[in-house]
Design a protein around this ligand. Sequence first.
Ligand SMILES: [Zn+2]
Ligand SMILES: [Zn+2]
Length: 136
Amino acid sequence: MNDVLENELQCTICSEHLIEAVTLNCAHSFCSYCINEWMKRKVECPICRQEIQSKTRSLVLDNCIDRMVEKLNVEMKEHRLTLIRQRTEKRNMLVKPATDNERRIISSICSILVMSGFDSEDSEENSYYNESYCII
Ligand SMILES: [Zn+2]
Ligand SMILES: [Zn+2]
């Protein structure tokens, strides 16, 4: 395998072979994970600093890298698989606006409970008044 092609297929952010390659409008490619992380801070290409206007998943690159990695040694393959697994896990952790929703649901349930709690407090108050009235 020639080094030139291998360099072309490398992500400049993580220095690994591209994982889920994404090509920007400036034609530079990065891992989907890396560029997403990068874009949290900057919306410009890490290489040429052009503003990022579009990201396109590049299945051609993916296939190309997969085929290339197939030819690499087992160590490299495992290394890549580990990276993919780690990133999928991280992304699953990041995809937790779901928990935000859950939190919102929980807090609304809580406020309902609090409201019904007020109700019972009221009745407690009433019974207290009743009791004190009885004592008097
Ligand atoms: Zn990367
Ligand atoms: Zn660029």
